[in-house]
Design a protein around this ligand. Structure first.
Ligand code: ADP
Ligand code: MG
Ligand code: ZN
Length: 479
């Protein structure tokens, strides 16, 4: 029998608010000393009261709108009760039956096909503290406790590990465009759980699912799902049942490891949070937020196709990162040749970023200085290869390209007298080749050009050098 994978994703995203979800402690916890960004509220002291962070609600609505969701007119917070040392109150404030956003969708592209993944809900909750396990004892850092956490839950519309990966990449792009999160998986700002089940191909029923936790990179999402799909397939083929469990991804072993059998909603004794008022979301507020949304990746990609003549895949490449798209547009406004700029940026700049593992927002040079470099090639001051090595230097130091040319004497030699001297030296040093040329073997011309380039360290202006060489050889022939 042929099986089909059915996958649904739950993605948690830390929001980039200044303060935490229900208190005024800083939410910028990255790199802070443990347990310095805490107060009685986020430490769960008895008698304290939470206050809702308006910005976090706004960011969640922004995300909901970007994901084509409906925005609730009435939403509320609920208590999700469970005991764990990283949860100081003994419950997490979350949203249960009335989330802020619901019924949306997100389009992804896999193998040239658009696939629409429905979004079930986007809701708001709070992050937990961080546990550090050392052998037989554990330390707790409460800085992260109470940081706003947004959860985005998809419908089980994803059909392959690669689709799951594309879904996460697209989500990250959108979150970064919106500026609501760094969405950095490696740093834990975006964390995902993948639910996966198998069913006979063609069936519309859902099989028993397994939830995979602890996935902290795009690569692992794919690996973990591939592994789990194979495991379930083997069980089903042996006539066994898949148990509804929660597993973790063990990146060292490359396997999933059972963590616990499935918990159910009723285990958490959800009830409305009595310390917080429900949220009534006015339509005016939603409209205002909608009007303030930035241009989103799909829209930008379409505009780049029609405005700049990029192909769909080129437009997608340059719009994955907003900073890259902005850089590209700033360059086009200074140098109206989008195709050439596209190739320079995605070829050379992307390469340098890839080599150093850095991103566009850390680029040290401006569009202005990048265009200066391209103009230097156009004017014939430097050749393409020199430009590439200058770009490398601009990339690491941020220095002006004209200054680099000057400092390193990289300009092409366009001085006739100097080039004639070099040509004469080359001819003198290669009498045999010269004889062959004069005897009619014209292909030796390329050899002489190569020698001229070599003698000048590649800096001879190629057009001028070739013209002068031709003239010189003609002279010798007619003598
Ligand atoms: P819970 O809240 O208990 O984790 P939900 O029913 O809300 O479970 O679903 C969580 C995620 O699991 C959603 O993304 C949903 O699409 C996905 N999901 C639900 N049932 C299945 C299934 N049978 N196979 C694969 N994914 C599933
Ligand atoms: Mg779940
Ligand atoms: Zn606090």
């Amino acid at each position: 029998m042929e099986y089909e994978a059915v996958i649904g994703m739950e993605v948690h995203v830390q929001l980039l608010t200044k303060s935490k979800m229900f208190c005024s402690c800083s939410a910028e916890t990255f790199g802070a000393e443990p347990n310095t960004l805490v107060c009685p509220v986020c430490l769960g002291m008895p008698g304290t009261l939470p206050v809702i962070n308006r910005k976090a609600v706004e960011y969640t609505i922004m995300t909901g709108l970007a994901l084509n969701c409906q925005i609730a007119e009435f939403a509320k917070f609920d208590r999700k009760n469970y005991f764990y040392p990283d949860l100081p109150k003994g419950y997490q404030i979350s949203q249960y039956d009335l989330p802020l956003c619901f019924n949306g969708w997100l389009d992804i592209e896999v193998d040239g096909q658009i696939r629409r993944i429905r979004i079930r809900r986007v809701h708001l909750e709070e992050d937990t503290a961080k546990l550090f396990h050392f052998g037989d004892y554990t330390l707790i850092d409460f800085n992260r406790a109470g940081v706003p956490l947004m959860e985005i839950v998809s419908e089980p519309d994803i059909r392959s590990p690669e689709e799951a990966r594309q879904y996460l990449i697209k989500l990250r792009t959108i979150l970064r465009y919106l500026g609501v999160s760094t969405a950095d998986m490696e740093k834990g700002a975006m964390r995902c759980e993948a639910n996966v089940s198998l069913r006979p191909k063609g069936s519309s029923e859902l099989g028993t699912r397994v939830e995979i936790k602890n996935i902290n990179s795009f690569r692992f999402v794919k690996q973990a799902l591939e592994y789990e799909i194979e495991r379930q397939k083997r069980l089903l083929e042996q006539g066994k049942k898949v148990e509804q469990i929660t597993v973790g991804w063990d990146e060292e072993k490359g396997t999933t490891v059972i963590q616990r059998t499935k918990e159910y909603a009723h285990d958490y004794r959800y009830f409305p949070e009595p310390d917080l008022p429900p949220l009534v979301i006015s339509r005016e507020w939603v409209e205002r937020i909608k009007a303030s949304l930035p241009e989103l990746p799909d829209a930008k990609s379409e505009r780049f196709q029609s405005q700049y003549g990029l192909s769909p895949s080129e437009a997608r490449t340059i719009t994955v990162e907003k900073e890259a798209a902005d850089f590209f547009e700033a360059c086009v406004s200074l140098y109206p040749n989008p195709r050439k700029l596209f190739h320079w940026i995605t070829g050379e700049i992307f390469r340098l970023l890839g080599e150093t593992g850095s991103t566009f927002d850390s680029l040290k040079f401006s569009p202005e200085s990048f265009i200066k470099l391209i103009n230097l090639v156009d004017k014939g001051t430097i050749n393409q290869n020199t430009a590439k090595s200058i770009l490398r230097e601009m990339f690491s130091t941020g220095e002006d390209p004209e200054k680099i040319v000057e400092k390193k004497g990289l300009a092409l030699i366009a001085d006739e007298a100097a080039l004639i001297k070099v040509i004469e030296e080359v001819l003198e040093a290669n009498p045999d080749a010269l004889e062959r040329y004069l005897g009619g073997k014209e292909s030796t011309f390329g050899f002489f050009m190569g020698q001229v380039m070599k003698a000048t360290g590649g800096r001879a202006d190629p057009n001028l050098a070739s013209k002068l060489l031709r003239e010189k050889l003609a002279q010798l022939k007619n003598r």
